[in-house]
Design a protein around this ligand. Structure first.
Ligand SMILES: NC(=O)c1ccc[n+]([C@@H]2O[C@H](COP(=O)([O-])OP(=O)(O)OC[C@H]3O[C@@H](n4cnc5c(N)ncnc54)[C@H](OP(=O)(O)O)[C@@H]3O)[C@@H](O)[C@H]2O)c1
Length: 338
């Protein structure tokens, strides 16, 4: 089968298209034929060696997210059958409950081999059925970005009708966070570097939009847009450049979900307001299979459609990662397998 491996050293220059024997499922395992995949900011960081000792060993098959057809299984598999359309979960051993070091050390696309292969073998416990109304490309976007947004907005954020949620930028996590927040009846303030993308965020339901390039001090404006009360939840994917603004935008007693570091991972923060305004800074790390199943029910019942931007053949992964890194995309960048 065709597979893309990262070889020899952690660098995007070392992604190599090669052949491996098709894997065989053992007891309790399923053989998956990958139908579509989606890439994340994490895949770029992973290939560059940014996950250090948590990345595992080379050679590595990168990319965590895909949708696949079950085409075979070993003894004792009853959860799914041949012909089922499933998504492998991000952390293969995180079935339910809070994360543990053991659960978090089972992520696909590093340290475990991921989706840049025509076939994969995973535990039958490590997959969930894909929502039937989604296309293959849409279903492939769920395992990392969608579940992270779900954890921020639903599991940890407990957003409810009438709340205000701030989402940052128009990447994978943020667009899902916008969709989930609107589905729950929240008001959404969305930021982006591009006026054209802001119009698209409005079309997806954003109530207020701010261009963070032309309004770098956007935290104050976001708070004003909530009538001065402040937002109940800020879904922070920016890190260094966005956290100081998030502190200005959040309401007293509100929450900031710490998800990403697209603008840098080191920042000096005034801790006074965090304490005196009773703020909650809650880090988010993807989510469990149980959360994935709950999210899929919500996606199905509410007919939520993941937003797919460009699609590249999986063999052109380098071009796809370069495109993602350029920040031109809106929503998810996907990979095809035919
Ligand atoms: N904790 C977790 O479990 C978890 C899971 C998934 C992702 N993440 C992290 O979350 C972050 C986002 O991931 P993603 O996959 O959604 O990335 P992505 O699709 O590449 O989106 C990144 C977007 O961030 C926006 N952005 C860049 N600089 C910004 C800034 N200074 N202020 C506000 N927005 C800015 C851009 O939007 P515009 O083009 O609209 O400006 C860009 O498109 C990454 O750091 C990733 O590692 C964490």
């Amino acid at each position: 089968m065709k597979v893309v491996e990262l070889r020899e050293a952690w660098s995007l220059d070392n992604l190599v298209l090669t052949e491996r024997p098709r894997p065989e499922p053992g007891p309790g395992q399923v053989l998956l034929k990958v139908r579509a995949a989606a890439i994340n900011f994490r895949d770029i960081v992973m290939c560059k060696g940014g996950y250090g000792r948590f990345a595992g060993e080379l050679p590595l098959v990168p990319v965590s997210d895909c949708v696949a057809e079950v085409v075979g299984h070993g003894e004792g598999v009853t959860r799914v059958g041949v012909g089922d359309r499933v998504c492998p979960i991000f952390c293969q051993k995180w079935i339910s409950g809070p994360p543990t070091p053991e659960k978090l050390s089972t992520a696909l696309g590093g340290p475990l081999d991921g989706a840049l292969a025509e076939y994969m073998v995973v535990d039958a416990e490590g997959v969930v059925p894909a929502p039937p109304h989604l296309s293959e490309l849409q279903a492939a976007t769920l395992p990392c970005a969608a579940i992270t947004a779900w954890s921020a907005v639903v599991t940890q954020g407990a957003v409810t009708a009438g709340d205000t949620v701030v989402v940052q930028g128009s990447g994978g996590v943020s667009v899902f966070a916008l969709q989930f927040a609107k589905c729950l009846g929240a008001e959404v303030v969305a930021t982006s570097s591009s006026d054209e993308k802001l119009e698209r965020l409005r079309a997806l339901g954003a109530d207020h939009v701010i261009n963070y390039r032309t309004t770098p001090d956007w935290g104050k404006l976001a708070k004003a847009m909530t009538g001065g009360r402040g937002a109940d939840l800020i879904v922070d994917v920016g890190g260094a450049a966005t956290l100081p603004q998030a502190l200005r935008a959040v309401r007293v007693g509100g929450q900031i979900a710490l998800i990403g570091v697209v603008s840098g991972n080191t920042v000096e923060l005034p801790l006074g307001p965090v304490v005196t305004q009773n703020l909650r800074l809650q880090a988010i790390t993807v989510g469990s299979r149980e959360a994935f199943e709950a999210m899929n029910r919500a996606i199905e019942i509410n007919r939520i459609e993941p937003v797919v931007d460009r699609v590249f053949p999986f063999t052109e992964i380098r071009a796809a990662l370069d495109y993602l890194a350029s920040g031109q995309h809106f929503g998810k960048v996907c990979l095809s397998y035919e």
